[in-house]
Design a protein around this ligand. Structure first.
Ligand SMILES: [Zn+2]
Length: 427
């Protein structure tokens, strides 16, 4: 009961939060909030205290930036509850092995991010942070009031105490394990009849191809993978609904769509600075106002986001995003025509070149395997792959790599995130 009341409190707080006169006054509030939060939390985290010792905490934009590597290397002294990395990993791995996702250590929820082994992140979330998260997500994404009945079908690689926190008397929450066969999902979905369907786009695509799926959710939310236009169109047309998105990472709840379907950064719960890659693309650097157990301060993510040029009709002051393009690691590099320099080719350049050249394409996959070699799969036999890449490279001023056409799409390793554009070389 207590738990639900707290979630409700944060739900209402989020729903009826203070309004600002304009973006400028909102930014002022945000900056003050960041300074206050950092001042308080730094004293509790030996890692940050040392890192910031020679800096003025009022000057947030001058504080050192950290990334996942720093977070993991200094895990033991960064968190404020004295949890050791090894103990946290052990309990999280065991939970994944047993498919029993309720591990806690010293009353703290422990979770693992996806990723290749050796590169996986750990997250620590206290009960209070968990409830706050649930209240915020519900306020931002429930299609109608918290007091109406909702049935959420939630597909992810792993479940967690975190997600289970949204359960209540009015909200039925069912976890669907991505590792289970799709026919089992169809049967369960037909029986459950969700009003909200939350899943990665690759699973949504798989579902819409099933003959015997009979569900009609009020809201569909794409999570965990890059949402490409080719998938969005097919999913939206199958359900005759707008496809919404939640951009949630181990590091926090970063963005979500408004009622118009525009992705807005969740700037009310975190400060998001931008490291620009070009005019519109940037890597977010986040400072989360909610995370006290494992502080996330000026933390640089590994994702590329593109700004939306037009203002959203919803009128929100929170920055609107056109697309989450993917991981920085998936930027391709081709050699420049002018000199020997390598030029970054953003994943979206490739996606666009493919879908704009032939509207019949409904499935594709491109991977770079070395500096001058790529492999391409397209589900259209009359598609001029060589021509499309030649044109793209000419436009960008780079040398077209050798292209190997794949007859079939490489099978996705069970539980792995689907990527349509992937860089598979090391440097
Ligand atoms: Zn909006």
């Amino acid at each position: 009961m207590f738990e639900k009341l707290i979630v409700l409190f944060y739900y209402l707080k989020q729903k009826y939060q203070r309004r600002f006169k304009d973006r400028k006054s909102f930014e002022r509030w945000q900056k003050n909030k960041a300074i206050k939060f950092i001042r308080k939390i730094v004293k509790k985290s030996p890692f940050y205290e040392k890192l910031y010792q020679d800096f003025d905490l009022n000057d947030v934009s001058e504080l050192p930036i950290i990334a996942k590597k720093d977070m993991m290397q200094n895990f033991d002294t960064l968190n404020t509850v004295h949890i050791k990395k090894e103990a946290a990993f052990n309990i999280a791995y065991q939970a994944e092995k047993d498919r029993n996702f309720t591990p806690k250590l010293q009353n703290i929820t422990v979770g693992l991010s996806s990723g290749t082994s050796g590169n996986r992140g750990l997250f620590l979330v206290s009960d209070s942070e968990r409830r706050k998260w649930a209240g915020t997500v519900l306020a931002k994404q429930l299609p109608s009031s918290l007091f109406h009945h909702h049935k959420i079908a939630f597909f992810l690689r792993c479940d967690s105490n975190l997600y289970q926190s949204v359960k209540s008397r009015h909200i039925c929450f069912e976890y669907f394990d991505l590792l289970k066969p799709v026919q089992e999902h169809v049967d369960r979905l037909n029986q459950f009849q969700p009003t909200i369907l939350v899943a990665p786009p690759s699973l949504l695509r798989l579902l819409v191809d099933q003959q015997h799926l009979h569900i009609n959710p009020d809201k569909i939310i794409s999570v965990a993978e890059v949402l490409e236009d080719v998938d969005r169109k097919i999913i939206e047309s199958y359900f005759s609904k707008k496809l919404h998105q939640i951009y949630q990472a181990t590091e926090g709840f970063i963005a979500s769509t408004c009622s118009y379907g525009t992705l807005h950064l969740n700037e009310d719960i975190m400060m998001i600075e931008k490291e620009f890659l070009d005019e519109n693309r940037f890597i977010p650097i986040i400072t989360d106002f909610n995370r006290k157990t494992q502080p996330i301060l000026r933390y640089k993510l590994n994702d590329i986001l593109t700004l939306k040029k037009e203002a959203c009709p919803c009128g929100s002051y929170h920055l609107a995003i056109e697309k989450i393009e993917g991981r920085c690691d998936d930027i391709f590099y081709f050699k420049s025509l002018e000199n020997d320099k390598r030029m970054p080719i953003f994943p979206d350049f490739i996606s666009r070149a493919i879908i704009c050249s032939n509207e019949k394409v409904t499935d594709y996959y491109v991977r770079q395997i070395s500096d001058d070699k790529i492999e391409v799969y397209i589900n259209q036999t009359d598609f001029d792959i060589q021509g499309v890449f030649k044109d793209l490279c000419q436009k960008l001023g780079c040398i077209c790599p050798d292209i190997t056409v794949l007859e079939t799409k490489p099978t996705l390793v069970s539980g792995k995130k689907q990527k349509r554009i992937e860089r598979c070389c090391d440097d």
